[in-house]
Write a protein that binds this ligand. Structure first.
Ligand SMILES: [Zn+2]
Length: 96
């Protein structure tokens, strides 16, 4: 079933694919986050998390007219930033 708000990933090998999330699509867009080569995969994932961190740090579509939505946005962006920083540290450590 296809829906506007559904993210469907059928192929098992795509479970680790960030590209599908990145592009909101259903197929790997050669993201390399699911590459079988560990070195290439780590580098791609680090790039992805840096991009995600930047997206959240620069987020400025705040719903200032709605205190409820604004609070939710702040919570989500804060959580996204923390997760991205954690992942970046993880993938930087893996390079040692
Ligand atoms: Zn992929």
């Amino acid at each position: 079933m296809k829906g506007q708000n559904t993210l469907q990933i059928d192929v098992a090998s795509l479970q680790k694919c960030y590209g599908a999330l990145w592009s909101y699509g259903e197929i790997c867009v050669y993201c390399d986050c699911c590459n079988k080569n560990t070195k290439i995969r780590r580098k791609a994932r680090l790039k992805y998390w840096k991009w995600w961190l930047k997206q959240n740090l620069e987020f400025d579509l705040w719903a200032i007219e709605s205190p409820t939505l604004l609070a939710l946005q702040k919570k989500n962006v804060h959580r996204n930033i923390q997760e991205a920083q954690k992942k970046i540290r993880y993938y930087l450590d893996k390079k040692k």
